[in-house]
Design a protein around this ligand. Structure first.
Ligand code: ATP
Length: 813
């Protein structure tokens, strides 16, 4: 065991030894008289930094403790099952609080709290006109090539600024103000350091060890707040970028993912925006980072320029300062003219990167299909083509950058520093030009003093002038940053413009007549089934309602609890009818009466599988919390799986929490049965099935339709297979010329005609089977296994007139 009293005695002894050693050192180097002035700025700054660090440390420790305590109490509270059901609540400010179990399991007993802020729809509606008018005002304006800051950029930025800093009293404002404070503070510290630097050199030359040591200690003390300030500026820059990104991302998500289907509409017939994912993820991040770094990269040199100029004016005079600035101005103009359009270049690069990235994404998403087709060569060609375009562009950028960098370096680094040397030397040379007339001895003393003074002044001025040159050059370098930011601002702005364009329940899809062309009426909450009155099915294009319709005015009424089959060949417009019902496509004219959106469910042709566990696939589009709130549990999900004959999945995967890439795991038939499981879970008042059973066997198809009927879930099926008529009460048959026919399949004549049709189809199937048998017999006959009489007997049962050519004996022989 460690003896504490012994340890303390050792420590005391050690400290005494250390003090003795220090005293010896001080005596040896004759700096015993070094006295630090405790009221001097370096000491005060050092102590303030220490206090500030301790304060911040305490603040963060308390904050972390509170967060951990809250998490602990939340987990304890939610471990009680009765409370889990109340885990989705609307808070006072309208935000929705959702509690989700960590790892997707209740057994873990750990929960995460997600707050979804209430979207401010009034704000989006008000902002919409800013973006709309902006495009109108600027589309005729020519793009300013190579301009340092053109008005388009500033205007765009000022509009986006409302999202970045929505109010004065917000987190981002405090971050910005703190950054301003630290930028000014750093400049002031630089002035202090410059003076101290001059003083240290003066002490060194005059051989004043005591003052030299004192100033060295001051230097080390100042280094502490100086490094602290630099770290703080970097920290605030990153925090600000994060704050900006959070605000814009929330704004975009609110508009992108709501009931107006902006995420669908923005991608349909919209040449303005390609690869929207890249806009939201990468471009936005670059924009926020370059904007926040611009504050420090431009703010610091700007503040430096003001501070140093004021100080240098006192030392060098107004004339010299004017000379310096004339030089700066002239070179800035020269560089501005020579600056290539970096903004445009970076925006083009971002677009090319997006195309290349998406090509890879496409390959990854469809790897199985491409594998079956053996499409690696064509995919590789496409990838290489896009990669080549990207490489060519980057190499162009590098080449342009080389010449500009050479010019920039020459002008900013060397010319400006030379200018700095000239002006810092001026007071020295001017003093030399007018030497004072005095006695020999006094002159020698005076000369030595002047030399030291000049040296100190030269060092201070040189440091300041070099800093001034550095500030000026950094300001010039940031022109490049501004240009890059212009490119990103343009991309983020066009993303927001497009989002505002599509964010409307009545979006015109670029129709020249605008929303005035969308004259249809939608009656929601219709309890008497589904009704179409004079509804044309038109693909949304710039021609709006004048575009030739896929299907001319449709009229029908589907009574509640009845099922309907929409029958038509490929491309006849069946899915388009569903798109109109769901609100994805506009209703150009007519009246559509349908149940409430929450009471309807659509099964698209291609089943979508979300990222997550097995449970998430069944309850989609609901969350686990929703499921608990609805009063369901995993036992109920197992029951549903059994109903669609997929219970073996649970046995195979082990639990509902198994996470896999489900779209690759499930077979075609499993995917469709999983979709029906979703219908059973939701139990809607009407479900639209778009070819939702074409991958399952006929007996399973029979079973699934019977299951829906048993569960009393009415359905509208879209298909090209007349065989499905037997599961339906009504038929809407679409022909290939845009015409349609609505029939009641339960009426006596129709039932008879359906029976006839079924009998005809069955006859055809029977015949096909017989031809198949004959094919096999023919092979045996050709091999000599059966004789001609057997073949003739078989042919007697078949209408030889319709014999397929390859089965004719004469042809084969
Ligand atoms: N966004 C679009 N832009 C242009 N044409 C479209 C668009 N969406 C669909 N179409 C066209 O509209 C027609 C009808 O499409 P729809 O998807 O409704 O056919 P469908 O009857 O469901 O066919 P299938 O049985 O093959 O699924 C097709 O010719 C299709 O190419």
């Amino acid at each position: 065991m460690i003896n504490i009293s012994r340890l303390s005695s050792y420590t005391k002894k050690d400290i005494q030894n250390l003090i003795l050693l220090l005293q010896e050192f001080i005596n040896t180097y004759r700096i015993s008289k070094v006295k630090l002035n405790y009221q001097s700025r370096p000491v005060i700054l050092f102590l303030s930094t220490l206090i500030a660090t301790a304060g911040l440390g305490a603040y963060y420790t308390i904050r972390n403790t509170i967060t951990k305590y809250n998490e602990y109490t939340l987990n304890r509270r939610l471990r009680r099952p009765s409370l889990i059901r109340q885990s989705s609540t609307i808070l006072e400010n309208g935000a929705r609080e959702i509690i989700i179990p960590k790892e997707g399991s209740l057994k873990q007993g750990k929960f995460t709290r997600i707050i979804i802020p209430k979207p401010n729809n009034d704000r989006y509606a008000a902002d919409k006109y800013l973006y709309k008018d902006f495009t109108k005002n600027f589309e005729l304006q020519s793009k300013g090539k190579g301009a340092v800051v053109n008005s388009k950029f500033l205007n765009q930025l000022s509009i986006i600024w409302r999202i970045l800093v929505p109010r004065f009293y917000c987190k981002n404002t405090s971050l910005l103000l703190s950054q301003c404070f630290f930028l000014i503070f750093r400049t002031w510290l630089s002035l202090l350091v410059a003076k101290l630097d001059g003083q240290i050199v003066k002490n060194l030359i005059s051989g004043n060890g005591r003052k030299f040591s004192r100033d060295l200690i001051y230097w080390l003390l100042i280094a502490f707040p100086a490094s602290y300030t630099n770290a703080a500026i970097k920290y605030l820059e990153d925090r600000l970028a994060l704050g900006f990104r959070t605000n814009v991302t929330r704004y975009i998500h609110d508009m992108y993912l709501d009931q107006t289907f902006a995420y669908y509409k923005i991608g349909v017939n919209n040449p303005e925006i390609d690869n929207i994912d890249q806009y939201i993820t990468e471009d936005l991040t670059h924009f926020c980072h370059s904007l926040s770094s611009l504050f420090s990269s431009m703010g610091k040199p700007f503040i430096d320029l003001i501070f140093f100029s004021v100080y240098l004016r006192d030392n060098l005079g107004t004339g010299a300062l004017l000379g310096i600035f004339i030089n700066y101005f002239a070179t800035a103009m020269l560089l501005k003219r020579a600056t290539p359009a970096f903004g445009k270049l970076s925006s083009q690069r971002a677009q090319l990167e997006g195309v290349y990235f998406n090509q890879h994404l496409n390959l990854m998403t469809n790897c199985e299909e491409i594998g079956f087709y053996g499409g690696s060569l064509i995919e590789k060609t496409k990838l290489l083509e896009n990669f080549k375009k990207l490489m060519n562009h980057i190499s162009k950028e590098i080449n342009i950058g080389f010449w500009y960098s050479a010019l920039e370096d020459y002008v900013l680094k060397y010319t400006w520093s030379a200018w700095g040397y000239i002006f810092s030397g001026l007071p020295v040379f001017l003093d030399e030009l007018w030497p004072k007339q005095e006695g020999e001895a006094e002159k020698a003393v005076e000369d030595a003093a002047a030399e030291r003074r000049n040296m100190r002044q030269f060092i201070t001025n040189k440091r300041l002038l070099l800093s001034l040159a550095d500030a000026g050059s950094r300001l010039m370098y940031s022109i490049k940053d501004v240009n890059t930011l212009t490119g990103y601002t343009d991309r983020v702005f066009s993303l927001l413009t497009q989002l505002h364009r599509v964010h409307s329940p009545r979006f015109d899809y670029g129709a020249t007549k605008g929303i005035a062309d969308i004259r249809g009426t939608i009656q929601n909450n219709y309890v008497s089934g589904l009704r179409f009155e004079h509804i044309p099915v038109i693909i949304p294009t710039s021609q709006g309602s004048e575009y030739s319709p896929l299907i001319s005015n449709i009229n029908f009424t589907l009574s509640p609890n009845k099922n309907m089959l929409i029958l038509g060949s490929n491309g006849s417009g069946k899915t388009s009818i569903a798109r109109i019902i769901a609100g994805l496509w506009p209703l150009y004219s007519g009246l559509l009466s349908k149940p409430n959106d929450d009471d309807m469910f659509y099964l698209p042709q291609k089943t979508y599988f979300t990222t997550g566990n097995l449970r998430d696939q069944i309850i989609y589009p609901y969350t686990y919390t929703d499921m608990l709130e609805m009063g369901y549990n995993d036992d109920y999900l197992y029951h549903i799986l059994r109903e669609v004959k997929l219970e073996y999945l649970l046995t195979r995967e082990g639990s509902f929490n198994a996470v896999k890439d489900w779209k690759d795991v499930f077979s075609g038939g499993e995917k469709q049965r999983m979709s029906i499981a979703r219908v059973l879970f939701k139990h809607p008042k009407l479900v639209i099935l778009d070819e939702s059973t074409n991958a399952v066997s006929t007996d399973v198809e029979d079973y699934l339709f019977e299951l829906l009927q048993l569960k009393k879930i009415p359905y509208v099926t879209l298909s090209h297979r007349p065989l499905l008529m037997k599961y339906h009460d009504y038929l809407l048959e679409i022909d290939d010329h845009g015409g349609w026919k609505f029939q009641d399949l339960t009426s006596v004549e129709n039932l008879q005609s359906i029976d006839n049709e079924i009998a005809e189809i069955e006859g055809k199937l029977n015949m096909a089977e017989k031809w198949e048998t004959r094919k096999k017999c023919l092979e045996q006959y050709l091999d000599g296994q059966i004789d001609e009489d057997d073949m003739a007997a078989l042919d007697g049962e078949l209408p030889i007139r319709s014999m397929p050519l390859d089965l004719s004996i004469s042809q084969t022989v």
